[in-house]
Design a protein. Structure first.
Length: 81
């Protein structure tokens, strides 16, 4: 039991869920650009289709969207040995 307790926080910290709450007038394209979502608005819509519904053009203010992971830049230091 003690071993699992030490692992759980590390897993949570390694992959935090990124979200965005839609503001009035925002589009999926604007949100995807703001967060540099790989695949653009289509990827953002795909990740949130069940929340948004059948029409990606009808975003409701206050909707909480899950942001797909973006590619990590310089995720590890270069080896200069």
């Amino acid at each position: 039991m003690g071993r699992l307790a030490g692992v759980r926080p590390a897993l949570r910290a390694a992959s935090p869920a990124r979200t965005h709450v839609v503001r009035s007038g925002e589009t999926l394209g604007e949100i995807a650009e703001k967060y540099q979502v790989k695949g653009g608005w289509r990827a953002l819509y795909s990740a949130n289709r069940s929340t948004i519904g059948p029409d990606p053009g009808k975003l409701m203010a206050g909707t909480k969207l899950r942001l797909p992971e973006s590619p990590k830049k310089h995720s590890r230091p270069a080896d200069d040995d």
